[in-house]
Design a protein around this ligand. Sequence first.
Ligand code: SIN
Length: 540
Amino acid sequence: MTNGSPSFVPSNAADSVVVVGAGLAGLFTALKLAPLNVTVISPAPIGEGASSVWAQAGIAAALSEGDTAEDHAADTVRAGAGIVDEAVALLMAREARARIEDLLRYGVPFDKDLEGKLTFGHEAAHRTNRILHIKGDTAGRSIMSAIIAAVRKTPSITVLEGVTARDLVVHKGRVRGIVLAPTMEGSRTDTFVLPARAVVLATGGAGHLYSVTTNPVEARGEGVAIAARAGAVIADAEFVQFHPTAIDIGRDPAPLATEALRGAGAVLINRKGERFMRAVHEDAELGPRDVVARAVHREVVSGRGAFLDCRPIGPGITEKFPTVASICMSAGMDPAQEPIPVAPAAHYHMGGILVDVQGRSTVDGLWACGEVTSTGAHGANRLASNSLLEAVVFGARVAEDITAALPPLPPQNLHAVARASGEIYRNSQAERTLRETMSTNVGVVRDADGLSEALGTIIALERENEGDPQLANMLTTAKFVATAAFARTESRGANFRSDYPAPDEAQARRSFLTLEQADELAREAAGIASPPRLRVVSQG
Ligand code: SIN
């Protein structure tokens, strides 16, 4: 470790709030913190490597005539399979209007009709049209380019690109800085410490713990591991949402065929041409995402195959869904003429760092927002297009909370208390093993044997790869997902256990784990048969 910050770190950095992550949650928080000095840490060049940019559908907000925040919250609660924090869902739905107004002020070009009024699309498990789209399936890209332009015009925000977080610096019980490392290729990476008034983790999701995912490669779940090592409680880690319609053309990451296609009339069929969702759910293709993902999984593993037939959308699919059309065309398929092969892919982590309604974690000085968190809004199954909404609602709340009681300047001698990383190496084979294990044993359908096996593999990989901090973070987060899934001996939302296929009302509650507990449970699960009961550490 160097004994100070490298020359590319701005001189006012120690006066800053450090926001780790440059997706919608991180950048929106930074904008809302202005004029406070903010340093944003971005592993990739800004605008790349964030799931927000890849979001195709849009942002849910109860703004259409006749719709209400209460109805939006009710749909969120229904989709969440019994464990949504209803107060959080309502707060999020109610604050949607103000945050959409912010986005419009930042220049986000939401679709409007000829009279200039916002238009609203339909997605699964919403009982009304309430999704704000942008030119069909380009919402994420368009929102992010407006937000990035606003960030570039904001003098109080400095973005450090090509840098990744390794650890938090906890000093006298409070987070006072962050250990960073350049994200460069090579056998040695020097870490350095950035002192901070406050640290906000907005590092995104964990899709790359799985071999089939719609997420960018940066979504490795590292924020969860970093926070947990500092003592943060992790909530609802077992709930990983699988998107039912990733386009199955052998790419990693797997490109998404947005749910908005089904909202516009596309249907799911198998190789025999059967619309298999009709027999599974009354809303057929527009049933809850976990239900549709399991049905697609069943068709795929049975060999019948699953295909999204976009022909019912009619002409104009290329104009209405330019992103999907261009992905299909690049793979030699025309979605206007032929069904697209699809498979479920890890898409969104409902679990994460437990935060309260101000985005405060359980560790002093550490806030978090966006997919890395568990606010309680999504429960066991996130409602479509609620993720970008949660990112802006909680980004604004984090900024408000930090601004209201600005934490004091950090001590200047933090380098001495940071952990040195020394020589590091990357073990790509170990990463592949982890991702395959997670997809096979901690995927759409789980059972005790598979979860035990996964935890045994995770523990072995930890032992064999002590010098790889990135892999260590991935393994820690994977361990949280697998132990929480093992401990939840019921099926609920995205945690489907074939050995416990029904929900159990006694377990209709959120799960909370510390790193110490996850370690202990993982060891037990890898070595013994009987699963322990879910432990409630705190009610948040
Ligand atoms: C999609 O476009 O289908 C994904 C939307 C979401 O994850 O909310």
